[in-house]
Design a protein around this ligand. Structure first.
Ligand SMILES: Cc1cc2nc3c(=O)[nH]c(=O)nc-3n(C[C@H](O)[C@H](O)[C@H](O)COP(=O)(O)OP(=O)(O)OC[C@H]3O[C@@H](n4cnc5c(N)ncnc54)[C@H](O)[C@@H]3O)c2cc1C
Length: 565
């Protein structure tokens, strides 16, 4: 199998972690090296040891559910007793997403509101009835797929409503059909990434949509939040692959038809894509699919600066070759990746022969780096291409690299990246246990503003948190610009962790808008970016969006206080 890094995940609700990323039976690949990694990070941040364990779920103080008695019976009448839940675990699991801010609050009992009940519909008809009831009872309704939102998209905000009902869509998870003439497939929206790829793989196809959250997120969530996979250079962002969809709204079914193209007014697929559960519940999506590639080539390149690396990926995007991934880390991120890799690969009990071989290898590498002017700080690019032209695409990159003072860095960089590409978020689970916060923020920027936004965001981060590790990579790139994806690692202020995060988030979002980025390339708007989104689009666009919202959801039940709701 080509996609060896894909595995099946048990996403049963009882197997999901309520206070961390992932499922109980999955872990950071290098859990045995956590001690050394922590020592390294603490040393870099001059930190003393700190232990900040999560509360137990039974220590959380939830308000009593407001959906009980006759309200509960009314829901049970629609879907049956077993598909309405209001026990502690279901409520906690469905009250927040998986951002640092969400996980921080939920594990320390700092979350302000919880959902009152969770319902698992299996048909559009059931959803229509649930929405009708919710409007009559004046409840807020939160659509929920994998719950991996990192912008407060599934947070249980009542926003003045009488109760909060979460609609978990994951029982609607079937492959409806594959059309190999058009190369499209239709799925119910609640299907998880691994299940979707497995189903398509049986027919010899792939969707090619692999966000880092792939294992724990759903097709409907991808469409609702306009997500980007790690191979979007080749397969497109999710909005590029939608052929048609269906969405149940409080006003009725909103359905689009598959046409290969159209000049029939604004594209209605794009009206729904990115609506983040504020207009209706997406129930099925027809997507464009591709034959499974027979080969793929992933490798690394090194450049002397972020600017040189950016020029290289711009060049690659502006040639006729198609790449799947072009991921450029800045100097700090490259440095951290190298340090982490050294720690992870350190074998204290290696034999003398193995140690000598390693010494010779690293001496040769150092000589090569020096000869190429890359002995100092450097920036790594992970480049990959899938399909029959992948070898020649990578060959073209190898040829171009010297023009940008870069050098080929071998294929193991690419292989290691593929192997660990869904696994890094598990590291955050451990860091949080030891007083270390990790957050990520991203934006899309035209090439001619990338360096300025890069500098401005890192400065804003440093101003808010001088004692932190701040780094960036260009995660996705296009003909005309790139997504800059920032990571910050910092000691959690245990006295005021919420204020600490709010200050950081606000400062970074201000810097992004002030210097020419948008408020999100792929995480979405949700609750966390709402005010900056409003500023970004301006009053006329804002009023247009709120008018659309009012027309499809006149009672304002769906995901209130998110996006434009
Ligand atoms: C560790 C980690 C890594 C991530 N990596 C990436 C990445 O590489 N690329 C990327 O784009 N994002 C990434 N994300 C963000 C997140 O995974 C995406 O936004 C994803 O699309 C959410 O899918 P989900 O099924 O989990 O949706 P949810 O989190 O359940 O919901 C997201 C939003 O969509 C709404 N929604 C969900 N399902 C439906 C539906 N059927 N109908 C209507 N509305 C719905 C929700 O109300 C919410 O507003 C990452 C998140 C984490 C925690």
């Amino acid at each position: 199998m080509l996609y060896t890094e894909l595995k099946q995940i048990n996403t049963k609700r009882e197997n999901l972690r309520w206070n961390a990323w992932g499922s109980l039976d999955s872990d950071f690949f290098y859990a045995d090296k956590i001690g050394s990694l922590l020592t390294y990070v603490r040393h870099r941040l001059h930190l003393a040891e700190a232990i900040t364990p999560s509360l137990r779920i039974t220590d959380l103080r939830l308000p009593e559910t407001r959906i009980k008695g006759a309200n509960l019976s009314a829901l049970q009448k629609i879907v049956g007793k077993n598909r309405v839940k209001n026990d502690l675990r279901e409520r906690v699991l469905h009250s927040a997403g998986k951002s640092y801010f969400d996980v921080l609050r939920i594990r320390s009992n700092l979350l302000k509101s919880y959902t009152d009940a969770v319902i698992y519909p299996e048909t559009e008809n059931e959803i229509a009835k649930i929405l009708k009831l919710a409007a009559q009872r004046d409840w807020a309704v939160i659509p929920f797929g994998g719950g991996s939102s990192v912008v407060g998209g599934v947070e249980a905000k009542a926003a003045g409503k009488k109760a909060v009902l979460t609609i978990d869509i994951t029982r609607m998870n079937r492959l409806i059909n594959v059309n190999s003439v058009n190369q499209t497939a239709t799925f119910e929206a609640g299907i998880y990434g691994p299940d979707l790829e497995t189903a398509l793989g049986k027919h010899g196809y792939t969707l090619g949509h692999f966000p880092q959250s792939f294992e724990y997120s759903t097709l409907g969530g991808w469409v609702a939040a306009r997500s980007a996979g790690q191979q979007s250079n080749r397969y497109g962002k999710i909005e590029d692959v939608i052929a048609a969809l269906r969405m149940v709204t409080p006003r009725g079914l909103f359905e689009t038809t598959h046409f290969p193209a159209g000049a029939t007014g604004p594209d209605l697929n794009q009206v729904i894509c990115g609506s983040e559960g504020t207009l209706g519940i997406i129930t099925s999506v027809t997507v464009k699919i591709h034959p499974l590639p027979q080969e793929r080539h992933y490798c690394g390149f090194l450049f002397p600066s972020f600017k040189a690396g950016l020029d290289f990926i711009r060049h690659a995007n502006q040639t006729e070759f198609t790449f799947s991934t072009l991921r450029l880390s800045d100097e700090e991120e490259t440095n951290q990746l190298q340090s982490f890799s050294r720690i992870i690969n350190h074998k204290p009990d290696a034999s003398l022969i193995a140690r000598s071989r390693k010494f010779v290898k690293s001496s040769v590498e150092n000589i090569l780096l020096q000869a190429n002017g890359l002995a100092g700080p450097k920036c790594i690019v992970v480049a990959g291409s899938d399909g029959e032209h992948s070898r020649s695409a990578i060959a073209a990159l190898k040829k171009a690299a010297p023009q940008f003072k870069g050098m080929f860095a071998g294929t193991s960089v690419g292989k290691n990246w593929l192997k660990g590409r869904f696994n890094m978020p598990f590291l955050r689970n451990y860091l949080l246990e030891y007083g270390l916060g990790v957050d990520t923020m991203e934006t899309a920027v035209p090439y001619d503003k990338c360096i300025e936004v890069h500098r401005a965001v890192l400065e804003a981060m440093e101003k808010q948190m001088p004692n932190s590790l701040r780094m960036c990579h260009a995660s996705h790139s296009y003909h005309d610009g790139a997504c800059l994806y920032f990571t910050i690692m910092f000691p959690i202020d245990s006295h005021a962790p919420v204020d600490q995060w709010l200050r950081l988030k606000n400062a970074v979002s201000d810097a992004i808008l002030a210097h020419g980025g948008n408020i999100s390339h792929h995480h979405g708007v949700g609750a966390d970016h709402r005010e900056h989104f409003k500023r970004q689009v301006g009053p006329v666009a804002w009023e247009t969006l709120t008018a659309l919202k009012k027309s499809l959801d006149p009672r304002g039940s769906l995901n209130p206080s998110k996006l434009m709701a």
